[in-house]
Design a protein around this ligand. Structure first.
Ligand SMILES: Cc1cc2nc3c(=O)[nH]c(=O)nc-3n(C[C@H](O)[C@H](O)[C@H](O)COP(=O)(O)OP(=O)(O)OC[C@H]3O[C@@H](n4cnc5c(N)ncnc54)[C@H](O)[C@@H]3O)c2cc1C
Length: 376
């Protein structure tokens, strides 16, 4: 067994599972505790949800724009990472506004990005009104798996710039701390062990975009080799991570922004002209995929994702991910929450349909039925 920290698994070369570590520490690694297998069965399905992640190959947009005497701050396009990063980009957006003499602000959008941006503005003394077409539970944010995945489906490595990387790292660092401070306070944010299941030794582990994330923004991992864990794969790499329960979290954020006096006005905006007609002198655009039509951002594209929920199951307090079963036919993941056991593993670029894909559902459910039937 082997313990390493951060992205120390990259290039580690586990050859034969020798004890060792990227930081030079060798020694005791706690055994895998008893893990309750998921009761994965077709009869236990309670619903399938679909959401469209707002993806931009060159990454999220975080910048100010003058519109007459108004300042519009764009804060959208967080792809598969909005639940992770929103406190960070929200704070950075709010700081762009603090120089304004007027303290009235409009936030457009009431998903996770709009709600956390509103809180960050309120903390800086702004009186905020949220204008939005939809509110929770009818936002993309409600359809999220919502783990700490700050680089997932966020940016195409070839399109990144040094300036954007700096924005990302600042946002990730702020968000990492903010989310930790919500654990245990009724926001549905908690720490949970996650097991990456794989047959190949994790010598080249780390994942897409991993060099973007500073190593101290996630806990270290523990590698379990053959015979050292209950899963039917050769290796299981355990890393604790934060997860968010979207329905609890978003309702709590709505209550928080209202508690500090924010109004919520149901309204759809069609153009920049609509925005310019608002009375507030600061307007923050947190419309996610809606920014494509609203401000003509042609780079925005949906990454369709769907989750199939099984009945809640007491005792399942860990997540799994990876192509664990030959039936997976690609990446799949399981994460438990109080409203059900969420099974997923889809990301279809350019698909605007909000209908569940039955083939994807079959692949994902069958893979988990197979995985958990073979767990010891
Ligand atoms: C299956 C799935 C799994 C995911 N897993 C994770 C994960 O594990 N970790 C993670 O960090 N992220 C994850 N995400 C991504 C995350 O959910 C998104 O990045 C995030 O929800 C985007 O938030 P948002 O506030 O920008 O958008 P939204 O939640 O879509 O909110 C946009 C708001 O703007 C409003 N709006 C839009 N257009 C207009 C308009 N013209 N006029 C008025 N109002 C408008 C909408 O009504 C809405 O209120 C996942 C997403 C999906 C679908």
């Amino acid at each position: 067994m082997l313990k390493s920290s951060g992205f120390g698994l990259m290039g580690l070369g586990l050859g034969g599972c020798t004890a060792g570590s990227s930081t030079g520490r060798v020694g005791y690694v706690r055994p895998v505790r008893r893990l309750e297998p998921v009761d994965a069965a077709w009869e236990r399905i309670i619903r399938t949800t679909v959401g469209l992640r707002p993806y931009r190959p060159s990454g999220f947009v975080l910048r100010g724009e003058r519109l007459g005497d108004k300042l519009i701050i764009h804060n959208y396009g967080h792809g598969g990472s909005g639940m992770s990063l929103s406190w960070g980009t929200g704070q950075m957006a709010a700081e762009m506004a603090v120089g304004r003499a007027q303290r009235q602000a409009a936030v457009i959008g009431c998903g996770v990005v709009g709600l956390t941006t509103t809180r960050q503005l309120q903390r800086r003394g702004f009186d905020v009104t949220i204008y939005t077409e939809n509110v929770p539970p009818n936002t993309t944010s409600n359809m999220s798996l919502a783990s700490w995945t700050p680089t997932s489906g966020l940016v195409d490595g070839d399109r990144r710039t040094a300036a954007w990387d700096d924005q990302f790292r600042t946002a990730a660092r702020i968000a990492w701390t903010e989310l930790q401070l919500l654990v245990g306070r009724g926001y549905g944010v908690s720490w949970m062990d996650g097991y990456s299941l794989r047959n190949a030794p994790p010598s080249a582990d780390g994942g897409r975009g991993s060099e973007l994330l500073p190593a101290d923004l996630q806990p270290g991992s523990t590698v379990y080799g053959p015979g050292q864990h209950p899963f039917p794969t050769r290796y299981a790499v355990m890393r604790p991570s934060m997860r968010i329960e979207p329905s609890i979290y978003l309702d709590r954020l709505v209550a928080d922004v209202r508690g500090v006096g924010a109004g919520i006005v149901i309204r759809r905006f069609e153009s920049r002209r609509d925005l310019a007609a608002l009375s507030e002198s600061v307007i923050v655009n947190c419309t996610g995929l809606g920014a494509k039509a609203l401000v003509g951002d042609e780079e925005l594209v949906p990454l369709k994702g769907q989750l199939t929920l099984l009945m809640p199951q007491a005792g399942v307090d860990y997540s799994t991910f990876g192509a664990a079963s030959p039936m997976a036919g690609g990446f799949v993941h399981m994460s438990p929450r109080s409203d059900g056991i969420a099974l997923g593993g889809t990301s279809v670029e350019g698909d605007w349909s909000l209908d569940p894909d039955p083939d994807a559902m079959r692949r994902i459910v069958d893979a988990h039925v197979d995985l958990f039937s073979r767990m010891s």
